[in-house]
Design a protein around this ligand. Structure first.
Ligand SMILES: NC(=O)c1ccc[n+]([C@@H]2O[C@H](COP(=O)([O-])OP(=O)(O)OC[C@H]3O[C@@H](n4cnc5c(N)ncnc54)[C@H](OP(=O)(O)O)[C@@H]3O)[C@@H](O)[C@H]2O)c1
Length: 320
């Protein structure tokens, strides 16, 4: 059995997820089916999902150790540079699918096994480190704006919690699509940075100069009432996460009187990821990268994400 370096959950810790992270050696992945291949990972990026896994959300003790990581770019067995689509059909899971690191080992390793059809070509002009930011947070933001939010029909967009990976993606993409974008953050430095991306930055709860047609919600309880109050008649409030609590109070009178749509979404399709990759390559849109950390210091990368200070994606360089 060949071994490789990997970052994995060796136990669960709800209070201190960083204590449940181990960086060490794991067996190289076994291909579970004939149509699976092994990718040599060159770059990956972290998501809140990785911290939730360390807390034990979505994993059972008998699945440990579990290699973490949903996002990656790398080189396939034929030498082609590819990007990983992280959603894998999983019979037996109630959703019919899982995301890498939930059932199958994740991307924070030298190698990851995936169905061949989960590999998309890295477009010319896009660096592997940038592409490794796109498959989870950016794909989620893309679907929130396009298929769910129907942003093509919108003039103005509100993005709550401007520092997160999904939020910075939504701001960047909506600005690139020519929309008026408002973004909230509790933090003055993050408000400055999101303004540099082209958004009008406001404090959480602040009255906007206009009502918006699409709201991008990943914060949850702390911002949901503001999302409802900021929505124009017929607006779409699209939810893909609830970092600050999943049980907000919802003013239903406002929902029906303003004919609002509250839409849940998770990830996106392989075709949507391919469209997003092309959009970024052709429009020269690049992900907002908080920091690039060598794999040898992957623990520091987790600590940075856990600190809440990140602005954009934390990228792991697997070749350093
Ligand atoms: N469904 C999917 O497919 C999918 C994919 C990716 C992510 N997600 C989910 O989406 C959520 C966002 O993830 P992310 O990695 O983009 O960002 P994140 O790191 O979870 O942060 C999002 C923002 O939440 C705000 N926030 C956090 N705690 C808060 C509090 N107590 N009060 C007010 N605001 C608070 C922060 O805004 P400020 O500091 O700027 O105020 C932060 O920038 C997560 O829950 C994640 O699990 C879902």
């Amino acid at each position: 059995m060949r071994i490789m370096r990997a970052a994995f959950a060796s136990r669960f810790d709800d209070v201190d997820p960083l204590a449940a992270l181990t960086v060490g050696e794991q067996p190289e992945p076994i291909l579970p089916h004939d149509d699976w291949v092994t990718l040599r990972v060159t770059a990956s990026s972290l998501n809140q999902h990785d911290l939730w896994s360390l807390r034990g959300v979505g994993l059972r003790a008998e699945q440990l150790p579990m290699i973490l990581g949903c996002d990656a770019a790398g080189v396939d067995p034929d030498g082609n540079e590819m990007v990983v689509y992280p959603v894998v059909p999983t019979p037996g899971d109630p959703r019919g699918m899982t995301i890498l690191s939930e059932h199958f080992p994740g991307t924070l390793a030298e190698r990851v096994a995936v169905p061949r059809s989960n590999l998309l070509p890295l477009p010319a002009g896009l660096a592997a480190a940038d592409a490794a930011c796109l498959p989870t947070a950016w794909l989620t933001a893309w679907r929130m704006l396009t298929a769910k939010g129907r942003v093509a029909d919108a003039d103005a967009v509100l993005v709550q919690g401007a520092g997160g990976g999904v939020a910075t993606a939504a701001v960047t993409l909506a600005v690139a699509m020519g929309k008026r974008v408002y973004a909230t953050s509790r933090d003055a430095t993050k408000r400055e940075r999101v303004a540099e991306l082209g958004a009008t930055a406001v404090e959480p709860g602040a009255r906007l100069p206009e009502r918006v047609d699409v709201v991008i919600e990943t914060v949850g309880a702390a911002t949901f009432d503001h999302s409802l109050k900021s929505a124009a008649p017929g607006a779409r409030i699209v939810v893909s996460g609830a970092t600050a609590g999943h049980e907000p109070k919802v003013n239903l009178r406002r929902v029906f009187a303003m004919q609002l749509e509250i839409l849940g979404t998770s990830m996106g399709t392989p075709d949507e990821l391919a469209t997003l990759l092309t959009f970024c390559a052709e429009r020269r849109v690049r992900p907002v990268v908080d920091s690039v950390v060598p794999f040898s210091r992957v623990g520091d990368a987790f600590a940075r994400l856990h600190s809440g200070a990140v602005f954009g994606k934390v990228v792991i360089d697997h070749e350093a």
